[in-house]
Design a protein around this ligand. Sequence first.
Ligand code: SAH
Length: 217
Amino acid sequence: MYYFPDSPRQQKQRRTLVAEIRRKGIADERVLEAIGRVPRHLFMSAGYSEDAYVDSAFPIGEGQTISQPYTVAYQTALLQVEPGQRVLEIGSGSGYQAAVLGAMGAAVYSVERIAALYHRLATQPWRPLYPDVHFYYGDGNEGLPQEAPFDRVLITAAAPDWSDVLLEQLLPGGCLVLPFDNGGAHQQMLRLWKEEGGVRREAFGFFSFVPLRRGVE
Ligand code: SAH
């Protein structure tokens, strides 16, 4: 058993957050249950832990953010992930989205392009809770050839396009979920299914993400 700081007050705030996300339209019980279990206060940057159960994005340094819980729930629900599936995440950031997928029983391979954020992930107190969540330093546009293929691919930054490499690293029948940046103020969530005849595209609501960039820093 691994113990981590999680007070009755934080547990109560988490239940309230789950109720709020449910009210906003997330109906997938497995996703809601995972959000209800992952201690988001451990993923916040110094000075923000009091805001952990506010349904907003918050700064994590390096100009990046921990995603809004509703957005995490929305993307996770679209992924339709089953226990044991292999998921590639592009944009580790705080690690919160990766942990939610890990809490649902997925094997998660998450790539981050900013070295300072990547190195911070190594020492986080929540790491022992999610033994099948793995972090990598690199440009997620290239996928993760050494761990491919994946059942699911998730991009958590505003993507102006997606490389064929990502679709190649996706198993047939799998899907890629991404916030698509067509130059407007908000990004439309897309889900691309890799099917025998090609790629089937579905479009969903609009969100606001930090940009997907090229290369590493
Ligand atoms: N999933 C994160 C969200 C972080 S914000 C969370 O739950 O906290 C998006 C992240 O994507 C940022 O950390 C940013 O540095 C990273 N990113 C942007 N472009 C990337 C790329 N090409 N490869 C890997 N990570 C990228």
